[in-house]
Design a protein around this ligand. Structure first.
Ligand code: ZN
Ligand code: ZN
Length: 431
């Protein structure tokens, strides 16, 4: 239980026009403790939501070993409390955002503003696949810098070039949404609705912009694609991240790669991110732009090392949502159900070992009552057909069939085993 912050109630009337909800909130604020999880969305508290649609650097990956963190290239969506929508970069993650997109609504919403850090493939490749661009009533405003290699209207040229014959089946003329383009450069500041945007140059081949978005519910600094080592631009990075609630930084390489074979490639490491976050007083660090060759386990290990050095760190993960401005909580991260896949209610006794928030090891006995399953390896005497469906029924130990779990799966691999007459079958559960 956390007391309701007074500024929360002051701001409420600006964001909530439902008198009944407002009076409930006033009563709760006046009469005592306020539960943190109380109907945040219903009450329209000033909350900023940051959605990660693409987190992979350089090129998309479909390798199953990268599934958990995700394979789409950079695309973030920030929904500000005034209803304004910001899209940060247009990597392949933009396609899924487009498929679920609703035009921003609300009296104070300033529509959709798309900020593009630079013109490397992984940051623009989603544009032709962003469905809302093909609808005449939509309107988008794009921001990026004038490239010395392209000159005026750089961003517009980049769009046209990637849809030019023979690289794409249709040309730009079929994109019927209204598009506006604005050139920005490092060191600028401007406001959109209630939000202040600041830009800084970052150290990256052919240039890259970092964006800082200050909303009434918190500040997000987005610094993808940057390499440490240029004193002036290192300072720009710290300015961008100064006191930010969320600081998203390039963490593509390990420290060894950064000092060795990958020096000069324009990327950073978790350790450099930690140093910058500390120096800038950022509250939460998000490791971003994972290397296409980094498996989920590799990203896990990078995250673990970063958490040893800095209090609040997340590894950007496709589908992750970070919420800022919820009463009593500076930043909350969660994964939507769709990413956690198949779930079953069970009653398994389990022993759980782990680390507490304070970094202490713990062990406890408990009951698992909600299990998520993606797949299994099972050995069989029969040889199932590859890519065929399998039914798997499991009896959790000690339940005498009362807790039987029935799952439908899909055969994704078949391997020999050391045991004669048996094969090892990889199954991905589909429902
Ligand atoms: Zn990149
Ligand atoms: Zn780049």
């Amino acid at each position: 239980m956390t007391p309701c912050p007074p500024e929360w109630i002051d701001g409420l009337a600006n964001h909530c026009h439902d008198e009944e909800k407002l009076s409930t909130a006033r009563v709760l604020a006046r009469d005592g403790p306020f539960h943190v999880g109380f109907a945040i969305t219903d009450m329209a508290v000033p909350v900023t939501k940051l959605n990660f649609w693409g987190v992979r650097g350089s090129t998309p990956t479909v390798d199953p070993a990268t599934w958990r963190y995700g394979g789409n290239t950079p695309c973030l969506e920030l929904q500000a409390p005034d209803g304004t929508q910001f899209i940060l970069d247009c990597g392949t993650g933009l396609r899924m955002l487009g498929n679920r997109w609703d035009a921003p609504s609300g009296e104070k919403s300033q529509g959709t503003h798309i900020l593009i850090t630079h013109y490397h493939w992984d940051h623009i490749q989603g544009v032709p696949f962003f469905a809302p661009l093909y609808l005449p009533n939509n309107e988008f405003k794009f921001y990026s810098f004038r490239s010395k290699f392209l000159g005026r209207d750089s961003l517009k040229q980049v769009f046209e070039a990637q849809m030019a014959v023979p690289y794409f089946p249709v040309d730009m003329s079929v994109m019927s949404a209204k598009r506006k383009f604005q050139e920005v450069e490092g060191g600028e500041s401007f406001t959109i609705g209630e939000n202040k945007i600041s830009t800084r140059w970052l150290n990256h081949p052919q240039g890259c912009l970092g964006f800082r978005i200050e909303t009434p519910a918190g500040t997000v600094a987005y610094a993808t694609d940057n390499e440490p080592g240029d004193a002036k631009l290192d300072e720009s990075l710290r300015e961008l991240a100064a006191g930010a609630d969320i600081f998203i930084n390039d963490a593509q390489f390990t420290e060894e790669q950064l000092q060795g074979t990958r020096k000069g490639w324009g990327h950073s490491s978790w350790l450099e991110g930690v140093k910058a976050a500390r120096h800038a007083g950022a509250k939460t660090l998000v490791l971003f732009h994972h290397d296409p060759d980094s498996t989920d386990r590799k990203v896990d290990s990078i995250l673990r090392q970063a958490r040893d050095e800095f209090d609040s760190v997340f590894a950007a993960s496709e589908g992750m949502v970070i919420t800022l401005g919820a009463p009593g909580e500076p930043a909350q991260a969660h994964m939507p159900g769709t990413r956690t896949s198949l779930r079953r209610e069970v009653q398994f006794h389990a022993r759980v070992c782990g680390l507490t928030e304070g970094g202490k090891e713990f062990m406890e006995e408990t009951v698992v009552c909600d299990l998520s399953l993606q797949g299994a390896m099972i050995t069989l005497k029969h040889l199932p057909q590859l890519q065929s469906e399998l039914q798997v029924t499991m009896d959790p130990p000690g339940t005498n069939g009362e807790q039987r779990i029935r799952l439908k799966g899909y055969v994704v691999r078949i391997d020999d085993t050391s045991e004669k007459g048996r094969v090892s079958v990889g199954v991905v559960f589909t429902d």
